[in-house]
Design a protein. Sequence first.
Length: 639
Amino acid sequence: MRLPTPRSIVLGGIGADAHSVGLTLLKHAISEAGHVVDFLGTQNNLDDFFRHAAGADVVMISCMDGHLCHYLKAFPDLMLRYPDIDAIWYAGGNLDVGSSERIRGEARRLGFRRVFPTYVDIPTVLSVLAEDLLTRGPAIRGRPTASPWPTQTDTAPPDQRLTVAELQRQRPAVLESWPTGARARDLADNAAFLHRQPSFAHAHSPRRRAKPPFLVQPRSGVALAAEQRTAFMALRRAGADVLSYQIDSLTRNNDYQKAGDAIAESRERGASRLNGFPMVNHGVDVLRQMISEVRTPLQTRHSTRDPRLLAEISSAGGVTGYEGGAITYNIPYFKDYSLAQSLRRWQYVDRLVGLYRENFGVVIDREFFGTLTAVLIPPSLAIVVNVIEAMLAANQGVGSVSLGYAEQGNRSQDIAAIRVLRELGQKYLAGLGYPGVQVNIVFHQHMAAFPQERARAKQLIVASAATGRLSGASRLIVKTPVEATTIPSVSDNQEGLRLSRLGASEANSIEVDERAVREEATILRAEVDQILESVLVAGGGSLTDGVMKAFALGYLDVPFSPSVYNRGEVLTARDVRGAVRYLNTGRLRFSSDVIEFHRSRMSERRRTEEPPVRSDWQLVERDVLRIPSGHYQKWPLDG
């Protein structure tokens, strides 16, 4: 229902969660219904909503981490502080880790008219919104002005390799930021220990692989070291070739004090109270004991805002793989984290890794999270970001890089993406003067929302592993059949490993449509080259400056990102064969033939869509929900 006059709607997410897909779709839908949306994005405080609520008709708060009760504690006081606010309040998302009725009652007691404690579709939201707005006055009372593009007051760090003196100048402050950092101070001692450990980089060499055709890697992380060791041992027995510490969310936000409290609580309760391993708190000696017993190449996987101390302790503790980068662990995760700052911090990490190689001959692999926001990511953007991260790392002396890609669901497109990622990664590194850098390719099994049905989840994992095998990927990141319902246990990860091995063996009986793969590879090469050229031109030859300017100009634009430094104008959806295409290319500097290719594929989808769609947001919503709701025949979607 379209009202005769537009109304003002404040929309945003609360808490630290970065999930922004649903918010983005809802923003488009409400705007299309004729209203003015004051969009706050994710990671807001309750104060932020009140400051924007003056003159608004409706305030919509999304909470995805289950802790809305905690965030609403200040609601009564804020209502007293802002007596002129008379908006209708909505809350929705994943509001409570326990009782949905409890949170519904509490929110309504505070004054919320609409409370959706679990998933609700957009048409339902629009329907109740129209019903509620009929009770309001006929005119908009406070049309919000568009937020200006955030000014990046900081400048990009130089492209030059950090000198040893500059790294040593920075190290004391990094190591002193938490007491466990002191144990990582002696680089020579760290290197001597690293030399004796199984190497993550060397494990990727075909001559060294015990179980071809690729390495399989589960992820695991718990609060206590003894339980982490037990998990590693069980996964190794189940056939994992390499293992990784999955770092907890408190450490990712550099909140080591709270992580320490959670460790103590975990010991007291006899169960992990964290969603990962708090490496910084446990420190170097615990890590050294761990690798000495596990004897399997280890990697640190995280998404930490400031990764420097974690990198120091990880390396000193015998971990020979370290994930993340200035783009991949910023733009998809944080609302307001300047690219200049993340570029500087990751230069430190890469220079530390480079120094271990140059001075001590220790190669630590650096991996980049090409998954990005994990939802409908066009392969060309994933490849571009990987290549940029690899070039930045190689410039600081890194000798081994792992380029990551998340399966999208069209086998021909996914195989082409992996092949092009390897080809262009090597090409651009060689062109920069680093032909000797080892390039590994990582294939993530489907990283967006997983099927709810266990049988469908198992079928997806098997088929996904077959795609990874057919693509020639170096390593497979394994999912489990319970991704949609709970945090995977050790036994769940063991089943994921078994299913992945089964899929890899079944690949031998699958015939690849090489013509379709070549067609996908051709368009991918064109898109990657055009985006990368625009980045380099924007920076006048400086890659760091180019990254910052490209995001500001929209030449780099990650779909569904929470970052205020990402324009968010690019929109993606699937074509009739399940391949991810650009529904809106935003300001990406594509040639007319590339734009026409995507326009043609999406026009075909619209013509054949049943039931028909009226708008782009409906098309995207269907694609986002397609896999978790089970509205597909089988995986991959073109199989």
